[in-house]
Design a protein around this ligand. Structure first.
Ligand code: ADP
Ligand code: MG
Length: 296
């Protein structure tokens, strides 16, 4: 059903009328599961490449985790770029192998069939159980409260691995795909990441159409908000694009725009999060404001 038809039906308010789109594929039933109280799943999506989905997935997860939530970033993009943002912390874990296993997840999820392995750590502590989803996804903990689930082929399993967290941030590929459809179906909140430029303003229409199409098939009705990344108020083009996006989206635009900062790619080169690489920067305070916005 197109948004036009939806609003027409709403306007007409025909009682008991159920519109059925004969061309719509049915929602995927296989991965359907109820929302779990206390778990908030955020899907970062965009039709436009290079807007910062992966960067924000990694860094928002870190910020949420450091605010005391049990947070995990989940890689659903075949490019598998997410790990690079946690590299320094993950490398530190592999350098001290005795510490690795106890830090691996206890990702219990009701109803998941998988290998539940456990045992005794050679260092003396007891190894926590590692829950693998059916597709082999496993959560790793770069630091306390900050989890990372690498890409595996079975997307549903990837999301399941982080099921016992408080906040899960899904990193997706640009454009429409089965993984994006799955992410939209899983998400409690969809965050469309956009850069303040013409290409992203022009993409709003197609993005809304995609959301309307996918969300109709989703079993959860998610909120969808837009988050601006790489804003620099000194650039006139950024200010114009921001004003246009505000006009188009109104309250669906997250009030905080994330600053464009060269520290962001520099942090990535070192495999570090921005909070550690550039503490006190504008971009870190923007991330914290967005984290408060998403998880008050
Ligand atoms: N706030 C920012 N300031 C500066 N550069 C950024 C910012 N956010 C992302 N980038 C850079 O933009 C590029 C694309 O980011 P990435 O997260 O890979 O985008 P996507 O996952 O949407 O394709 C990367 O080089 C990243 O370092
Ligand atoms: Mg990416």
């Amino acid at each position: 059903m197109t948004p036009d038809v939806a609003s027409l039906l709403k306007y007409l308010s025909v009682p008991d009328f159920r519109y059925r789109d004969a061309h719509a594929r049915p929602a995927r039933r296989a991965h359907e599961r109820p929302a779990r109280a206390g778990l908030n799943i955020f899907a970062l999506v965009s039709l436009v490449r290079g807007v910062g989905r992966t960067t924000l997935a990694a860094n928002l997860t870190t910020t949420l985790g450091r605010r005391g939530l049990r947070a995990a970033a989940v890689d659903l993009d075949p490019r598998a770029d997410l790990r690079a943002h946690f590299r320094e912390r993950l490398d530190a874990l592999t350098r001290s192998p005795m510490e690795v296993r106890p830090r691996l997840a206890t990702a219990f999820h009701h109803g998941v069939k998988g290998d539940l392995s456990g045992g005794v750590d050679p260092a003396g502590g007891s190894i926590q159980a590692v829950q693998q989803g059916a597709g082999g996804a496993e959560i790793e903990w770069p630091e306390r409260n900050v989890g990372f689930v690498p890409l595996v082929l079975d997307h549903a399993s990837t999301v399941e691995a982080a099921w016992d967290c408080d906040a899960v941030v899904l990193d997706t590929a640009a454009g429409a795909s089965d993984a994006v459809e799955q992410a939209l179906a899983e998400a409690d909140e969809v965050i469309i990441v956009a850069r303040p430029n013409r290409e992203n303003v022009n993409a709003v229409h197609a993005t809304e159409a995609l959301l309307a199409r996918y969300r109709m098939r989703s079993w959860r009705r998610t909120r969808a908000r837009y988050l601006i990344n790489r804003f620099d108020g000194r650039r006139p083009a950024d200010r114009v694009a921001l004003a246009e996006l505000r006009h188009l989206l109104g309250p669906r635009l997250v009030p905080t725009a994330i600053q464009d900062d060269t520290a962001v790619p520099e942090a990535l080169v070192e495999g570090r999060c921005i909070e550690d690489f550039a503490p006190g920067s504008q971009v870190v305070s923007d991330l914290q404001a967005v984290a408060r916005e998403l998880a008050p």
